[in-house]
Design a protein around this ligand. Sequence first.
Ligand SMILES: [Zn+2]
Length: 157
Amino acid sequence: MEGYLNNQIFLGRLVFVLQALGEYFLLVPHFCGVMRRYIVHGDINNGEIEQVDDKAVEEGKFYCETRGLLYLDREQSLVEGFKKTFHQFHEFTLSCGSAIGTILISKRTACHRCGGKLLVEGNGNVVVFYHIYFGSYLGSRVKKSCRKCKVYEHYGG
Ligand SMILES: [Zn+2]
């Protein structure tokens, strides 16, 4: 198999994984193997039928290339740069009086009872998030409502 970093599709998926999870998956060999399969296949169906001649060698190679990618920039790793930017963004939103590190809001636009338009209720309530990669930060949970039915829609509903 060619190098992981020489393939732009693989590289794009790897950067996504690093920015979404940080580098913690590298600490757990099984998780590292799952990430390698995701990066190579990017599809749940393809990942199940993978056939690799020497899985241990491929996983070792993936691990080494990923570790190398983290430190392309000697001043700041790829992952730390994203984390730092997230914290700057988070602090900015707080300084503006809004906790929007994450926004939890229903995607529904219509009431499930009457089909009427749902209205956003204010600016939401502050929620504390505990993230393995970002640490703790503040976000907002915003509800929507149907004025006619007095029904509230929450995130995940
Ligand atoms: Zn309604």
